[in-house]
Design a protein around this ligand. Structure first.
Ligand code: SLL
Length: 161
């Protein structure tokens, strides 16, 4: 196949984590969750405002901390749905996120790293306080995926949406 010369296509997306402490009223611990687990959390990759990204992103591998059973998880794309994985636990760690693109792209998988945040953080006390009062710790990153000189069939896919 031929590449489309001189063309760069950007597609925005968001990735990150959302964590909530277990709490009898607002976030009760489901049965079977170990006693030492203090939080439920979700890691995700998705389009901005949940716009579909499965036409360019085929699957996402999340590599969690080795203390978690079955710690390497592959999530297949479902049209219009975010790539997400939810777990419970007690500690923060770095999550390896590997992006696998659709076959037509001929792009190699790309790896991102993201620190799972369970506890309120921030540069200022005000930021921390805001997070404490919201009962949710979010750590989201906005990114742009660059496709540099995409192959012709992939260019068609990227631009026909
Ligand atoms: C820490 N370096 O010590 C980190 C490791 C590991 C977190 C955190 C276990 C969950 C499960 C879990 O939350 N591990 O057993 O399913 O803080």
């Amino acid at each position: 196949g031929k590449r489309v010369k001189g063309v760069q296509i950007f597609r925005p997306f968001v990735y990150g984590t959302t964590a909530r402490p277990f709490d009898e009223k607002t976030n009760p611990k489901p049965p079977g969750v170990p006693d030492d687990h203090t939080h439920s959390w979700t890691v995700f990759v998705k389009g901005i405002d949940d716009v579909d990204i499965t036409y360019w992103l085929r699957r996402v591998q999340f590599k969690l901390h080795e203390s978690i059973p079955n710690h390497v998880r592959m999530i297949e794309g479902e049209k219009g749905k975010p790539f997400t994985l939810s777990e419970t636990g007690w500690g923060e760690f770095e999550i390896t996120i590997k992006l696998y693109y659709v076959a037509e792209s001929s792009e190699k998988p790309q790896t991102l790293y993201h620190h799972l945040r369970l506890h309120p953080y921030g540069r200022t006390e005000e930021e921390k306080e805001t997070m404490k009062s919201s009962k949710e710790v979010i750590s989201w990153c906005y990114e742009e995926q660059l496709f540099n000189e995409p192959y012709e069939p992939f260019y068609e896919i990227l631009t026909s949406g």
